[in-house]
Design a protein. Structure first.
Length: 231
């Protein structure tokens, strides 16, 4: 089982790109899955302790994250746990999966540690020990443009409320961006392929570039048909 992780500022198109690639891999016969969907299904079954699975595989990382979180509110703690849960879900079902897609995995979830009572250096210590994907697709976009794009996807009646909630995020995005870019260099040193895309570019261009990179990384066959243009 191989897996791809998507990261980058809000509004860059991570989720849409992951969905397009996932849909196409299913069309050409691969057993691919969105890790978040799998994680929720395993948790709802009540048969798996995903955080426990992660802790047994990577005890130092599992121990460091709560220490860095300190008194962070439970809602943010839950979101950070999702990075560990999705990784565990993929490992548990690896025998049934060819390719997993992770939208905001350990790299991005744990980057919040760099401004929630921890430090950049401590976060990077965690990065050096946490499990890594086979490919990470990092989508860049201007912070303001990305937030406006994310807000515009909502129904008009919800946009004003969402804007009030998201705008404070602008203050912490530079810190998170710095943390993730530092982490990407560590990922590269650990042999992970990193593909950087511009979220402001046409979606079809990013889709084709991502597919070529997946072929170059042997995540899909080099002879496999490329994805069709998004409708």
């Amino acid at each position: 089982m191989k897996f791809i992780e998507f990261a980058g500022p809000p509004g860059g198109g991570k989720t849409q790109l992951a969905q397009l690639l996932h849909n196409h891999t299913r069309r050409i016969g691969l057993r691919s899955i969105h890790a978040e969907t799998l994680s929720l299904a395993l948790q709802e079954s009540g048969r798996f302790d995903l955080l426990g699975t992660f802790a047994r595989s990577h005890p130092e990382v599992a121990k460091a994250i709560p220490e860095l979180l300190g008194d962070v509110r439970s809602s943010k703690r839950k979101r950070l746990n999702q990075g560990m849960e999705t990784w565990s879900a993929l490992q548990i079902q690896a025998h049934r999966i060819d390719l997993g897609f992770v939208d905001e995995g350990l790299l991005q979830r744990n980057a919040h540690l760099a401004h929630t009572g921890g430090t950049l250096d401590r976060y990077l210590e965690v990065v050096r020990q946490q499990p890594v994907p086979d490919l990470i697709i990092y989508i860049t976009i201007d912070f303001q443009q990305g937030l406006e794009r994310a807000i515009s996807r909502l129904p008009p009646e919800r946009q004003a409320v969402r804007r009030r909630r998201l705008m404070p995020t602008l203050e912490v995005l530079p810190t998170i961006e710095t943390a993730m870019r530092s982490a990407l260099e560590i990922y590269r040193s650990r042999g992970v392929t990193v593909l950087e895309l511009n979220g402001a570019s046409p979606q079809i261009r990013n889709l084709r570039r991502a597919w070529r990179c997946m072929q170059d990384c042997d995540l899909v066959a080099k002879t496999s048909p490329r994805p069709p243009s998004p409708t």
